[in-house]
Design a protein around this ligand. Sequence first.
Ligand SMILES: Cc1ncc(COP(=O)(O)O)c(C=O)c1O
Length: 392
Amino acid sequence: MLTGRQGGEAAGLEAQSALLPVYAQFPVRPARGEGSWIIDVEGHRWLDAYGGHAVASTGHCHPHVVRAIAEQASQLIFYSTVLPHPNRELLASRIAALMPEGLDRSFFCNSGAEANENALGLARKRTGRELVVSVTGGWHGRTVATLAVTDGAKYEAGARRAGMPLSQKVPFNDVDALDRAIDDSVAALIVEPVQGMSGARDCSHPFLQAARAACTRHGVALIFDEIQCGVGRLGAFSAAGFYGVTPDAITMAKGLASGFPIAAVTVGDFLAEGVTIGDLGSTFGGGPLACAAALATLDVIEQEDLTGNAARVGQQLRDGALSLGVPSVQGHGLLLGLRLGRPAQPVQQALFERRILTGTASDPEVLRLLPPLSLSRDEAGLLLAGLAEVLA
Ligand SMILES: Cc1ncc(COP(=O)(O)O)c(C=O)c1O
């Protein structure tokens, strides 16, 4: 797909030619977004069950979020953290109130990878240890340290740099292997409670409970990467709350400000202890505009009960897919992996032809659904109707 400005092929080609060709792209040129819909440059409406990669939590261009961004932009777009700002203070306390008890101090940065990188850094500082344990199928970002804890040969072949002796991987949901891997030499265990890139593969409750117990036993920091599965997506504000397992750190990004870049690392006493000025930092992290967008996003999630909606509409999609003959559905809420029992990519393509956007996964048989948390029952019905046609 061409990524150029409106106004002619030439401009489009020119714009594309100046980009490094690192992204596969969907066949749609967006002009604007509205709730669960993308409107293309020709005015066609596309149902968005991909959500800009789980980012459009409140839907595209929710009026409350747009207004908050515009108002803050007219007051002060940016000043660095060298000045305190009420938006930053307020956002940290709103997040603390939504998290499991004890997770009550946040650091703000700009992307998921950066949040994970900072969480790993805090864990290594606190424990004085180097090694990080992660889980097969986990995906944690594209910085050097986060790639080292990410699973998958595909990423070895990319711009990954060798020589980060950081990570040991335990098999997904294998409690015995986890118990063997966690010992007094480990700084952190990083886990996606529901693995996004792997196709919404959900960790078992016993696995996360065993992770908590082993980390507590050995003084290891347990980090939940909730960058894709957090901020209401599972039907509770945090994945930790959904599972009833409290880690030492939760990282969030994607949906936190409805698409305005922001990320957070939220920690409890274990990792907050001893943190001092200069330990972490980011020029843009927690800027007034990003925090205004995040505060407005939290308002909408609360006022419109989007976590409840994610649970209800997620159940509708799960039941609907199973009744269409999809062999199994993994994930929770509105992070679902439809295990089709056949290649998912042709199904995704056929849905594109019906102007429906969905995702695939590293598992070639999984079609991933990560729509806005505001997806309505009617919109879910349209998605299922499209799926029924394609699967028939
Ligand atoms: C679970 C998870 N962790 C980390 C990341 C990295 O986030 P970012 O691309 O904002 O750096 C992603 C991105 O897809 C993700 O899904």
